[in-house]
Design a protein around this ligand. Sequence first.
Ligand SMILES: C[S@@+](CC[C@H](N)C(=O)[O-])C[C@H]1O[C@@H](n2cnc3c(N)ncnc32)[C@H](O)[C@@H]1O
Length: 440
Amino acid sequence: MTSHRGRFTNRFSPSPGGVVGVDTASSAERAEELRNALVDTIIVDHTAKGLKMPAVVERAMRKVPREVFTPGVPLEKAYANTAVITSRRGEETTGSVSAPYLIAEMLGQAVDALGGLEGRDVLEIGSGGYNASLLRELVGSAGSVTTVDIDPEVTDRTASCLKRAGYNDVTIVCADAEHPVEPGRHYDLIIVTAAAWDIPAVWREQLTPDGVLVVPLRTFGMTRSWALQRSGNRLASHSHRQCGFVSMQGDGAHRMRYVDIAPGVHLRLDEGRHMAPEALGGMAADLLTQPREQAWAGVSLPPRTVLSDLDLWLAARLAAEAGEFVVLTAQAAAVESGIVAPSWRFGAPAILDGGAFSYRSALRWTGRLFDLGAIAHGPRAAAAAGQMVEHMRAWLEADGPSPILNVLPARTPEGDLPGGTVLDKPHSRMVLNFPTVTSR
Ligand SMILES: C[S@@+](CC[C@H](N)C(=O)[O-])C[C@H]1O[C@@H](n2cnc3c(N)ncnc32)[C@H](O)[C@@H]1O
């Protein structure tokens, strides 16, 4: 538990019009203009991803003044479609006002899974005030919002920003959300805004019987925001989105390891490893110096193919093979100089054994459509790259299935698990599967 635990409800009178934090009428107008332009951009971005922003989320985003929650930041930056960093510990970012498009996607996941948020009781894990204000708009006067943060500086800042923005009925708690936040209370929605690696039982237990947990969760070193609906002691996914978040701190913290394998090239090691990080890094560094083999799947990607789903498919399949599943990351300079050519430099699925280091490589434009590929280095490179593209073809042949995640308590017997790839964590057994059209 954290040593500092406190709770207070923000009981302040709303300012006239509910919006403060802008010095003059003209900056208020400018803020509104920027806010509307940002929401327009997010809607276009949603459409490009095949998503639809619920009208209630759009209304809330057009109303809440984000600049109030980013004090000291120029208006243009407050309304950029990116996170605004608010705290760092050494090299690590520990707090931010989350990126608006991501907040919109996660609120959309919650609205869709629950069929609306009006009148709902919500717990937000990870405070700042901006998301809590949007939630306040979404639940209306019949609902409630509690926000919890482990960092007292964050809860203090959240309280003063909410006051300035005129949201006077958000309960703010300073505690480690790994433990019950308001003992005895249940929420229709728990929305987590820091990246989790496991799901403690108390998150499920604090939900109403069919409540929803929206959580950025790492599986195989890759983070997705999952909307998980409770059914008894199980959580089953309703939707997921690709995302990135600052890591969970406190008793539920789980450190991801990075090892350097060449200048600006790293392996992210998160789970299911058999070898020590240093040994893995040494092996990959050695293999990377050997000539590369490129294999192509020879496919034409249908428009709007969700490649982040392919990455989880590859992770599930590669993790079942001999070898170590890892995630390859690289600095821009390492990609530009051609040391590696990953599909996405912030995380490409990769596998490593004594004979080859292979990873999903950048797409190839065939003149009409994109094709998928794999690169491998080492004595077994040609076979390993070929094997990886076989998995890609299999995914496309199955119609590019989307993963389903089921989360069950840690001690669930094998026979009670649904079919799929099982990831065991201290609090839960997570099962990923990819229903195909015939089995859906
Ligand atoms: C991305 S920020 C939250 C952004 C915020 N929701 C907003 O409206 O923009 C993540 C926050 O999670 C908090 N956090 C991390 N681990 C936590 C834990 N175990 N319990 C509660 N809060 C935690 C951090 O202190 C940080 O302030």
